[in-house]
Design a protein around this ligand. Sequence first.
Ligand SMILES: C[S@@+](CC[C@H](N)C(=O)[O-])C[C@H]1O[C@@H](n2cnc3c(N)ncnc32)[C@H](O)[C@@H]1O
Length: 246
Amino acid sequence: MIIDIVTIFPEMFDGPMSTSMVGLAREKGLLDLRLHDPRDHTEDRHRSTDDYPYGGGPGMVMKPEPVIRAVRAVRASDAAPATVVFLTPGGEPFTQRMAEEFSRLPRLALVCGRYEGFDERSLAHADREVSIGDFVLTGGELAAMVVTDAVIRLVPGVLGHEGSALDESFADSLLEYPQYTRPAEFEGARVPDVLLSGDHAKIAAYRRRQAIIKTARVRPDLLAGADLTDEERTLVARVLEGSEDR
Ligand SMILES: C[S@@+](CC[C@H](N)C(=O)[O-])C[C@H]1O[C@@H](n2cnc3c(N)ncnc32)[C@H](O)[C@@H]1O
């Protein structure tokens, strides 16, 4: 998969995009990460990418020409056709489902804003606008890294154990069940007996129940998309009314 990142701070990507799974994906040739600097598409001596907002107001706005030219250069390159995503706090919320969708693309371009954001005319060049959450970052670079990380681990061959992404939080609209590793007891806290039983059916039933309880407690909004049996719906109701323990 090709991921293009349009950013005026390409050096920010050095460490995070060379480490762990993303770094490994690049080494294995599963991710071709390409950085593009809008400053290379400026014409003035200072390579300016910002200017004052028309109509006044605080801060600066990202100039349209360098951004649009950089996006055009990505689209015009002869590798696979790119889906161009502008990162903005006002975009569609980024979700696991969107990460799955993006992971099936041959090429994804992530465009990072700075200052007070993009000139509206730049946004006309987006296929999608995406937000990583209801908060405001200084720039789109961290958001681009978040999206890259979440997407690339879903590309076959990256994790090395494909089942793990299917079993995680947000798969089936549920949060993940609690995980334990050795030792079986630490400072008096014991791993639940069922997980030591070797009975795979009982373990699966325990994990599903725990996932439902946790989701009902912490993120009941997710349950609208979950495929639950009548018995599981009763469990949810009991958790919500506070009558279900564990
Ligand atoms: C300081 S922000 C601009 C915020 C803008 N003035 C607003 O109120 O929506 C600068 C850049 O950071 C990026 N950014 C900030 N928060 C983000 C978020 N939650 N998701 C995605 N990108 C974000 C965007 O690229 C944005 O253009």
